[in-house]
Design a binder for this molecule. Structure first.
Ligand code: URA
Length: 235
């Protein structure tokens, strides 16, 4: 593909702006300065604009964001609330969030431009495990944990059996890990409400074998090939 087209396709610049960047000596191919807009970029070559590698729009990109509180997981909001798109402005590909996390929920959100992957990852039939860490007010008794594991009525729907582990019971709150194979709207909050507990903090720590790790709130990182494959394998 021609170099100017390659740059323009990423949505980073118009074709004319891409030409300007190239003439201005701001574009390198495989580390070498190229000042020719019609230079033919071959398969597997790396293109960098102002020192940052860009990936052609045709190329799939997969990221993990640690969603902070106060952002909603849509690409645009009629009411003008902040969306997760504001946190991926540095990413040259047009990635979008896969699935939903409530506005006050933090944690692992996959963002990609691969629609097929996103669709499959979300599809209930694949039952990808999602792991949450909930900080809940009060005492969560063994009896409540057992009910959560077995399934509870969250308003006309009984949740499927889930893995629920007490991480820590403090005097006034508890940290509980919940692993689900389904994803009804506000499911974790509703499950705890069904046993009389209020979720104060909720974080998604993993999807399948892909973990949030030490990624800080608002930070984003590329998924590794092994992580992408570990999810695709299950789809
Ligand atoms: N369950 C919830 O209650 N909220 C989320 O954001 C995700 C799962």
């Amino acid at each position: 593909m021609r170099l100017n087209k390659y740059i323009a396709q990423t949505g980073r610049a118009s074709r004319r702006k891409a030409d300007e960047l190239i003439f201005a000596g701001k574009v390198k191919v495989d580390g070498k300065l190229v000042k020719e807009p019609f230079y033919d970029v071959g398969e597997g070559q790396s293109v960098a604009v102002e020192g940052r590698e860009i990936i052609s729009a045709g190329k799939k990109a997969y990221f993990i964001l640690n969603k902070p509180k106060g952002y909603i997981t849509t690409t645009a909001d009629e009411k003008g609330r902040p969306t997760v798109m504001e946190l991926v402005k540095e990413v040259s590909e047009r990635v979008f969030p896969v699935g939903r996390l409530d506005e006050p929920t933090t944690g692992l959100l996959v963002m990609t431009n691969d629609g097929d992957f996103a669709y499959k990852l979300m599809h209930p039939k694949h039952e990808t495990t999602k792991t949450y860490r909930a900080t809940v007010s009060g005492v969560v008794s063994n009896e409540k944990l057992a009910r959560l594991r077995k399934g509870v009525d969250i308003g006309g729907y009984v949740t499927a059996p889930a893995k629920v582990e007490m991480i820590k019971q403090a005097e006034r709150s508890a940290v509980v890990e919940v692993r689900l194979h389904e994803g009804k709207n506000r499911q974790v909050r509703k499950m705890f409400a069904a046993v009389g507990c209020r979720v104060m903090e909720l974080e998604r720590t993993a999807i399948g074998d892909v973990y949030l790790g030490r990624l800080r709130h608002g930070d984003i990182r590329k998924m590794t090939r092994a992580e992408i494959e570990s999810l695709v394998k299950k789809l």
